[in-house]
Write a protein of this length. Structure first.
Ligand code: GLN
Length: 201
């Protein structure tokens, strides 16, 4: 298994560390051809406007758009915004694979960033320390989205088939529970299905 982490901008480094800590091989993705080797992709936090600009100028937007239709993807904060249907900002061009509307910086400015404890019973973790940094709020736009965690009645950890999104920063805590969930319940499962399909040909 090889998981790519988009490394154009933002907090990609800590995702690499977290994935390696749980025994997953990783690659920093900066060029489209690198996606060919990847079984899954992580879109880190950062600035979704800057990331969109870089994705377009580096000719990565289309290849990633194609990749996320067929492989597991995990977007955190700005990465989650990029997975949404609409970010209500002309500078952001999301991939549209998660049925949510994103409201960028919805909690306020940097001083409004906070840490809180989430109950993520769905993934077997009842006290998860979540770091919110100029986080977006995501409004569910269909019933295909499964809410795996909420904060103050707002969905903050969401899944839609092969797509996982967190409005906070799971790579900044010590707890690998969410990365492990992505790897074991989503990436490994999709690899098993692909292998089975290939064996049946
Ligand atoms: N506010 C940023 C954006 O809109 C996201 C912040 C983050 O990724 N920590 O893209």
């Amino acid at each position: 298994m090889l998981i790519g982490v988009l490394a154009l901008q933002g907090g990609f480094q800590r995702h690499l560390v977290m994935l390696e800590r749980i025994g997953v091989r990783t690659i920093e993705v900066r060029y489209a051809h690198q996606l060919e080797k990847c079984d899954a992709l992580v879109l880190p936090g950062g600035e979704s406007t800057t990331m969109t600009h870089l994705l377009l100028t580096e000719n990565l937007w289309e290849p990633i758009h194609e990749f996320v239709q067929a492989h597991p993807v995990f977007g955190t904060c700005a990465g989650a915004i990029l997975l949404s249907q609409n970010a209500h900002d002309t500078r952001v061009k999301p991939f549209g694979v998660l049925d949510v509307e994103a409201d960028r910086n919805a909690y306020g400015r940097q001083v409004e960033s906070f840490i809180t404890i989430l109950n993520l019973a769905e993934i077997g973790c009842d006290a998860y320390e979540a770091v919110f940094i100029r986080a977006p709020q995501l409004k569910l736009a269909s019933n295909r989205v499964q809410v795996l965690g909420s904060e103050n009645g707002r969905a903050v950890l969401l899944r839609q088939n092969n797509v996982l999104a967190a409005t906070f920063h799971p790579e900044l805590t010590q707890d690998p529970a969410i990365h492990r969930y992505f790897v074991e319940s989503m990436v490994r499962k999709s690899l098993t299905i692909t292998n089975k399909a290939q064996a049946n040909v």
